[in-house]
Design a protein. Structure first.
Ligand code: ADP
Length: 227
């Protein structure tokens, strides 16, 4: 069997260590995500979802434990190597889209590809394909301010997948949208993830959305437990 795309073992994390306001957020997290598997991470606000996703995506380091991406153990690796792996292999989606306001939808998806060394015409073609997949190709020339909240998030999904990562980490990707829009936009995200065979960890407190994923886990008092 191939290595899991994401493998976390014994991850612990505390903030303000040694200070009176020390807070231990993660108390020994083990998680394996297989190729093509989509895992729902369910937890109330403040439980440590963002902390866990940032550690899994190499934006932060744990106090103890190991993070492996595609079988490659990142423990003790240089910042340069971690940054390279993160840029090549990991896509992030946040609750807010973080699109660049002065660029069009298409350009927002093209720019990360150019930074990755992709030729402009290829990057534009891929951006157009992605926008078509999420159903908003006709919005390609609009700037974020001229898009609805759901459309902005669809563009953010495309941007996160522009460089074909193997792992997607999403932190409440539809948490900002009204329930009806959230349902549709989440459907678009799932179609995109399924069509690329990508692995994903998607944090949500919406149990209906969580039920549409392959597996559900809950972050509870610093531990992962089945839902
Ligand atoms: P969630 O994403 O589930 O809302 P977070 O991972 O953002 O939770 O935060 C978990 C806990 O850790 C919260 O109590 C939060 O206040 C605390 N925390 C998060 N980041 C920091 C930080 N940089 N410094 C101190 N405490 C933090």
């Amino acid at each position: 069997m191939s290595d899991p795309v994401l493998h976390l073992t014994g991850i612990t994390k505390a903030y303000n260590k040694g200070a009176p306001n020390e807070v231990t957020v993660l108390r020994g997290i083990d998680l394996s995500v297989a190729k093509g598997e989509v895992v729902a991470l369910v937890a109330p606000s403040g439980a440590g979802k963002s902390t866990l996703l940032h550690i899994a995506g190499l934006l932060d380091t744990p106090d103890a434990g190991r993070v492996a991406i595609g079988g490659d153990d990142m423990t003790g690796q240089s910042d340069r190597k971690r940054t390279r792996v993160r840029r090549a292999d990991v896509g992030f989606i946040y609750q807010f889209h973080h699109l660049l306001p002065e660029f069009t939808a298409l350009e927002n998806i093209v720019l990360p590809q150019l930074a990755h060394g992709v030729a402009k015409s290829d990057a534009e073609q891929r951006a157009t394909e992605l926008l078509t997949q999420v159903g908003i190709a006709e919005r390609a020339d609009h700037r974020p301010a001229a898009l609805s909240g759901g459309e902005q998030q669809r563009v953010a999904f495309c941007r996160s997948l522009a460089n074909q990562p193997r792992l997607l980490l999403a932190d409440e990707p539809t948490g900002n949208l009204d329930p009806g829009t959230s349902d549709q936009v989440f459907g678009a995200l799932m179609d995109l993830v399924r069509s690329t065979g990508l692995s994903a960890v998607i944090a949500t407190h919406n149990l209906e959305l969580a039920a549409r994923m392959d597996r559900q886990i809950r972050l509870d008092a610093g531990h992962l437990v089945p839902v």
